[in-house]
Design a protein around this ligand. Sequence first.
Ligand code: ARG
Length: 586
Amino acid sequence: MRYRYPWTMTDPQLVLTERVQRALGAAFGAEYSDADPLIRPSQFADYQANVAMSLSKRLRRAPREVAQEIADRLSADSAFPATVEVSGPGFLNITLDDSWIAGRAAESLADPRSGVGHTTPPQTVVIDYSAPNASKEMHVGHLRTTIVGDALARMLEHLGNRVIRQNHIGDWGTPFGMLIEHLLDIGEQAALARLEAGESSEYYKEARAKFDSDPEFKQRSRRRVATLQAEDPETMRLWHLFMDATIRYFDKVYAMLGVTLTDEDIAGESMYNPMLARTCDDLEAAGAAVVSEGALCVFPPGFTGSDDKPLPLMIRKSDGGYGYATTDMAAVRYRVNDLKADRILYVVGADQALHFRMIFAAARMVGWLPDTVSAEHVQIGMMLGTDGRRFRTRSGETVKLTDLLDEAVDRARAAIADRGYDEATQGEIAHAVGMGAVKYADLSVSHDTEYVFDFDRMLAFSGNTGPYMQYATARIRSIFRKGGIDPATATGTITLGNPAERALALQLLGFGAVVEQAAALAEPHRLCAYLFETASAFTTFYENCPVLKADVDEAVRASRLALCALTLRVLETGLDLLGVPVPERM
Ligand code: ARG
């Protein structure tokens, strides 16, 4: 189930939809007034409505005749802000009135939110994202769940929803026995320094190697798991030391990226530990979990394995231990009952799709996830290297994230080296461009596609990239700077004399709807695509419509400056919602 957000009514497509539906009701009877008019952008006009073709069967009339009747109604409707023509077998070609476009653009300019509405009523949205594991490395996959989740959090918050970030870090389980013993072996200070530097992967491998080869270490580790489960104070002290150092590394990555996650948002697996026994008991008491081959399992309806046998969601292993699924069952219940979620987004790798489908089905089955609450797995596609395989360094190791981000900044610095900025400014721009490039690359493709991590492509200054979007924004700022004008004062009357002005104004009217749509569908790439189209429309406008040149008429200049100001605010707001920083100049 997906929640439907009310779309903004300055969006031309929605305004037209509403008017056409009225016409349908008036022409063919009330039962037709909620038919989808199928309004799409068109090559021959602003929009084309294909509804006559789809209704002709139902009405048993020729499509062209149906189209003509709709067109007549629309032409007689004084609130219809466009002209309409019937073409071909029964298309309706719709061309908006310039005065309407200019009027809506002026409204959007006067509105500090640039036409972005509020979700009504506001929802409580829990977003589970980032979620690296303390027992393994924080890898590029986590980078992508962090960036996509953060953009969703920003958009949903901007729409007036109550967003609760939940960083479901992997901070519990049997590996922590050996990780703590290894910490004692190499000394607390040395261990913490390495964890804080992001070396948890190597650290884990060393502990694992000892565990496999040294029976004494293995035995100690097992004992340590037991004292950890029992929350023995000294073991808990060591666990906290370990986790604090690891989280300091996560925080370093978050700070570099400028994501909005804080330590307050950490709600890791350990948080659910005290709830797991009851989770199992309650599932068993409700008749939803049964013992199968010694393990406690839920069999959610509709899941079968390749052997046609029902697929189990194992919530307690035969040795009594709990697992990933147990924690997620406890987490669903907590998020619904305690956090009062209306919507829960799980921004997690696509390879966990089956896990989440089973968790949601099991939780629905026992009534822990009521139909009024939407649970969505926002699947994150795998990140590939330029060789088309899972992203790794040349030596086959996974890449340390802080190194990767440093490299992005270094490459950005090299790309702008010839622009004559002083050291400090160059550093600031390089940071913004480097992080913007990495983040925008993650956001601009649909989140569930696999994609190639390619520095050259993401750092390109042309195309749908972060640096291009930053550059497009900085360029509009420089127009105002050159003119000695504060964009906030550019509130002149908008007139649309040139087709490029008209196209830009029309494009700007779609901002509110695209933000709402991207949030409702959890698809930030829609906002990227829109911003890229906006920057392109601006480029065409700027090539065709001089703004500051001496011979430009004063009223025309004021109108063009107003369009520049609205474009600037839409780009700035949009990039901010994506979490992409914009340097003052580039
Ligand atoms: N730590 C997990 C991983 O790295 C992701 C956790 C996602 N959230 C959840 N509720 N299971 O794969």
